[in-house]
Ligand binder design. Structure first.
Ligand SMILES: [Zn+2]
Length: 530
């Protein structure tokens, strides 16, 4: 996701679902009824699942009606094998009594009928042109505000959305269009099917008046579409058409695209963009007709590999989505516009990480139960910088080999930070424990006080590197020494203690010293000396 729009919305609180999951969902079929007469939706969910453990009770996430706002979902009939089941509905969950009708290892299907006005998750509102729209916005675990589900990134399932809505709307969703049928003069049924398992955070429907264009076909079989507001047709088609250039780049660099289509959709997401599986929602302001949303498109398209296909096991490892999307965008820009563009982006990101580190004492891998708080410079910019440093320290070829292997190994499933570490260790043949421990599990970044002194008599320079932050990091620090006569001598210093002193000979008189001349290290600091 791109969080540009999110600043100011960070106070939205998320409820951590502590459910003891005893099922693995295999498939959802959601039948959703929408109307223009009210914001009330009707739902009928079929959930096919495998029992992982014999249990008399099944917990399904579904936000209940809040008496203060009258918004939320009221469950109706709950059925299994043709029999009605009893249940209780708490604030965030249905607790369904199964009795002894299913046991561990069984595959079963439960049907849940429900209705209500969504308090979140499905945004029913007007777009910037004053037209009524319905846009799902499930990240991180807001899906259960309108869908009964296991609202957890660790559980992926295939999904059918069968939406009945007034005729004048078009419906877009994950996967492929299966059916579009007029039911009556004013009702239309639209059925989309996603047969690649995805998690609820990237399940989506968008219901609005759209202009729709098939802008290209990638790899001979993947159609690319633009879905934009009709008023923005020309500008939107022009802006979103860039996906046809971005998608092949990641197929070439990372591995096969995991889905059957890519739709880029103008929407009412609260985020700058949300990477919903193969059906990316962008904020409505993303369409300007100037292609300045290229970075946003690249970020969300990169998520189709990192976040959607290869998914973090839990939100504590969110950087496996956001750090990857951040760095893959820089990598794309480097490839398209050159290294100077990438360096500018890295320098800006480094400034943001340093500013965040000054006020936060948290590591990238973060168990904070308020997932919205994880949309920070640690998950995005610092995560991106971690990948950049791996690329610098291991070399481009080893880095890309590890990225490809990680994707090949975890596409379709879930990974955590140590899983990524093991892949990089296998490919590089090096232990990366210190690297991963300090950059991902330790807060902050190196704050360096670098002092140098040149002794003309011995022609030696002495450089003292002090780490001012609480815990010392271990890293290579490149130093460029400008010598008299215009020559530059570079030296890589292996820094690992609170204070390290290095001394070596120069061929000329040192006139200035520059730390990290090639933008390879995440740090902040000063260099002084003579
Ligand atoms: Zn993102």
């Amino acid at each position: 996701m791109n969080r540009i729009i999110l600043f100011g919305l960070a106070l939205i609180s998320c409820v951590l679902l502590h459910a003891q999951r005893k099922i693995d969902v295999l498939h959802y079929t959601f039948r959703i009824g929408l109307s223009d007469s009210s914001d009330n939706i009707t739902g009928d969910a079929l959930i096919r699942f495998r029992m992982l453990e014999t249990t008399p009770n099944l917990l399904i996430d579904l936000a209940a009606v809040n008496p203060a706002t009258s918004k939320g979902m009221k469950a109706g009939k709950v059925m299994m094998k043709g029999l009605p089941l009893t249940y209780t509905q708490t604030e965030q969950q249905l607790n369904i009594s199964l009795g002894a009708i299913v046991s561990a290892g069984d595959t079963a299907e439960i049907q849940i009928q429900y209705s209500g006005v969504p308090s979140d998750g499905l945004i029913i509102s007007k777009n910037k042109y004053g037209h009524r729209t319905f846009f799902a916005d499930n990240w991180p675990n807001r899906g259960h505000n309108w869908l009964p589900c296991v609202d957890d990134p660790g559980d992926k399932a295939s999904v059918d959305f069968i939406v009945t809505a007034p005729q004048h709307y078009q419906v877009v969703s994950n996967g492929l269009l299966i059916e579009e049928t007029s039911l009556s003069a004013d009702k239309k049924l639209t059925h989309w099917r996603e047969d690649v398992p995805i998690n609820t955070k990237v399940m989506v429907i968008g219901v609005a008046a759209f202009a729709v264009q098939r802008s290209g076909t990638i790899a001979g079989c993947i159609p690319v579409y633009s879905w934009v507001y009709p008023e923005d047709r020309d500008k939107g088609f022009y802006d979103y058409e860039q996906a046809n250039e971005i998608l092949p780049f990641f197929i070439r660099e990372v591995g096969p695209y995991g889905y059957r289509k890519l739709a880029n959709v103008q929407s009412k997401t609260i985020f700058g963009g949300l990477e919903n599986a193969n059906t990316i929602f962008y904020a409505e302001g993303s369409v300007r007709g100037d292609r300045r949303s290229e970075g946003l498109l690249t970020h969300e398209i990169a998520h189709q590999w990192f976040g959607n296909m290869a998914t973090e096991k839990s939100f504590a490892h969110l950087w496996l989505s956001e750090g990857f999307a951040t760095y893959m965008t820089i990598y794309y820009m480097e490839s398209k516009y050159g290294r100077d563009t990438a360096v500018k982006m890295l320098e800006e990101d480094r400034r943001q990480v340093a500013a965040f580190a000054r006020k936060s004492n948290r590591a990238i891998v973060d168990e904070d139960p308020d997932f919205m708080k994880l949309l920070n410079a640690n998950s995005y910019q610092k995560g991106g910088w971690v990948l950049h440093m791996l690329r610098q320290q291991l070399g481009h070829e080893v880095f890309m080999k590890a990225i490809k292997k990680y994707y090949a190994q975890y596409a379709g499933s879930n990974a955590d930070t140590r899983d990524l570490q093991h892949v990089f260790e296998q490919v590089s043949g090096k232990s990366l424990k210190t690297f991963f421990d300090q950059w991902l599990y330790q807060p902050g970044i190196p704050q360096l006080d670098i002092k140098w002194n040149y002794a003309p008599r011995t022609k030696k320079i002495t450089i003292t590197v002090k780490q001012l932050q609480p815990q010392a990091f271990s890293f290579p620090l490149k130093i460029a020494i400008q010598c008299s006569g215009g020559k530059t001598q570079t030296q890589v210093l292996q820094v690992k203690n609170n204070t390290d002193t290095f001394s070596f000979s120069l061929t000329g008189t040192a006139s200035s010293v520059l730390a990290d001349p090639d933008t390879e290290l995440l740090y902040e600091g000063t260099v002084t000396g003579k």
